[in-house]
Each structure stands twice: as structure tokens, then as C-alpha cells.
Design a protein around this ligand. Structure first.
Ligand SMILES: C[S@@+](CC[C@H](N)C(=O)[O-])C[C@H]1O[C@@H](n2cnc3c(N)ncnc32)[C@H](O)[C@@H]1O
Length: 249
């Protein structure tokens, strides 16, 4: 394993089938043109880049983490007419270019203060074509606080070995941040991969207000990737889709 962080992430967050079906439905629902140009921001090792390629879409990926970026560059090297940039929300610098921008499995939560979240939404809005759609997945940390578990453990057989994924949760009350310590342990081996993630606790009303202030319309919320209509948020995940008006640009 050359890049353990990426390989472990890929093993534990593997199957994107339901996400792909949902994103495809979203593109149809908002009547996006085909084949569309998608930007996957915070693309990690690039699982969605490969999925979007299967849909025949033109792909741009962006990822700030060097290990994930390295893995994503291997994924994208096999995809013609695709681009990958090293960077995050603060580096998005496109104008009227993307029909769809996706931020799946929490990239937005890494924006720890309000100015960087507002800057991100402004950049996303500018990068979208008129009528283009932004799709965001963030953890509903308020729900997770209500059901707080200091430690959760998953385990999986990988190449005949048992790998434990231990997630330790801390809550920084003063700064409204969630600190997740991710550890991957191969049973019986000394090697431990540890990565700490500090994420912003952003409440849904604040997010919706920011979206509206930025100019987004047709804002919809969903609890899961099986949803096929807007619904009130009740669980641990917040999914939001929103459109740049067609008369903007
Ligand atoms: C849990 S991973 C999700 C990866 C990928 N979207 C997926 O669904 O497989 C969260 C990603 O957000 C990225 N990230 C961290 N800070 C970011 C930022 N400021 N802008 C965009 N992405 C960021 C991380 O490096 C990581 O790849």
C-alpha cells in the first residue's frame, strides 16, 4: 500500500452507487445540459471522478490534501479530457464554466470560519454557468451532538486482514468545531494511521441563509441519497442543492 490514507478511505467509504444515481437524478431534475461539465471540489482520492466519467461528463477535480491529490491524479490519468487541480474552495477560480459543482462527504465543513464559507459560496456561484447547480453534503453536527458517541468503531476484512477504523469525537464548544480523530489499525500490526480533522459545526438555517444571500434559488434539502424530492432535514446528514438563476450572467 503506497498511500495508506487514500486506500483506507477508499475501503471504508467505497460504494458510490447511490450517490451517483442521486447526482444523475439531480442533473435531470434541474434540466442541466448534457454532456455536462462537473467540478468535484474536495474530491478526495477521486471516487466520484470515475463515476462522473461513466456518465460521459466532462470532469474537473480539486483536492487540497497531498495524499488524496496523488491518488486522484492516478484515477484521472485514465480519464481523457479531464483536469485535476491541487486546492480547495478558496482556490476555485472559474467563471461561468461549470454546469454542476459537487462537494460530497464534507469538504465544506473544513471551512472553519464564516468568512471562508461565504468566500467559498461566492467562488462556487461565480464558477457556475447560469442555471448551474451546486450540491453540498455536510454532516449535521447538531444531530450528532444530540446522539453524541465519544468513540465509534467499524471493522473490515481487507486482503485477509482485519482493519479497525476507530473514530474519536471531541466537541470544541467555544469555537463551534467538531474534532474527529480518525485511526486505522491493522490487527496484530504496529502500524497505525492517524489523521485529525477539525470541522465547523454549521447549522442548517445559517447555511440556507448564506445560499439565499449569495443569490442561489430553487434550494432543496434531502436527508439521504435515496431521496427523490425535497424534504425537511431530520438526521445526521444535510444534503442541499441550489441553482444559479438562469438570468444571472
Ligand atoms: C471525507 S473526504 C471526501 C472526499 C470525496 N469528496 C469523496 O466523497 O470521496 C473530505 C475531503 O475534503 C477535503 N478538504 C479539506 N479541506 C478542504 C477545503 N478547504 N476545500 C475543499 N476540500 C477540502 C479533504 O482533503 C478531503 O479529501
Amino acid at each position: 500500500m503506497d498511500n495508506l490514507q487514500s486506500e483506507m478511505y477508499t475501503e471504508f467509504d467505497k460504494d458510490p452507487t447511490a450517490i451517483t444515481a442521486f447526482i444523475r437524478w439531480l442533473a435531470e431534475t434541474y434540466h442541466l445540459p448534457q454532456p455536462l461539465h462537473v467540478l468535484d471540489i474536495g474530491c478526495g482520492p477521486g471516487r466520484m471522478l470515475a463515476e462522473y466519467h461513466k456518465l460521459g461528463w466532462r470532469i474537473t477535480g480539486m483536492e487540497p490534501d497531498p495524499d488524496f491529490h496523488q491518488s486522484a491524479s492516478e484515477t484521472i490519468s485514465e480519464i481523457p479530457d479531464s483536469r485535476l487541480y491541487k486546492g480547495g474552495f478558496g482556490d476555485i477560480d472559474f467563471e461561468n464554466e461549470m454546469h454542476l459543482i459537487t462537494a460530497i462527504n464534507n469538504p465544506f465543513s473544513y471551512l472553519l470560519d464564516v468568512p471562508s464559507r461565504l468566500d467559498a459560496l461566492a467562488r462556487v456561484y461565480k464558477a457556475l454557468t447560469p442555471g448551474g447547480v451546486f450540491f453540498l453534503e455536510v454532516t449535521n453536527f447538531l444531530y450528532k451532538l444530540q446522539h453524541f458517541e465519544p468513540v465509534t468503531v467499524q471493522n473490515k476484512e481487507i486482503d485477509g486482514e482485519t482493519v479497525l477504523h476507530v473514530m474519536e469525537n471531541h466537541f470544541d464548544v467555544e469555537n463551534a468545531r467538531w474534532v474527529l480523530r480518525d485511526q486505522y489499525v491493522v490487527e496484530g500490526k504496529p502500524e497505525v494511521i492517524v489523521k485529525e480533522h477539525e470541522q465547523a459545526v454549521t447549522a442548517l438555517p445559517e447555511l440556507l441563509y448564506f445560499f439565499e444571500q449569495q443569490g442561489f434559488t430553487s434550494i432543496q434539502t434531502y436527508n439521504s441519497y435515496t431521496a427523490r424530492q425535497s424534504e425537511p432535514i431530520t438526521g445526521k446528514t444535510i444534503l442541499i442543492s441550489a441553482q444559479k438563476p438562469t438570468n444571472d450572467g
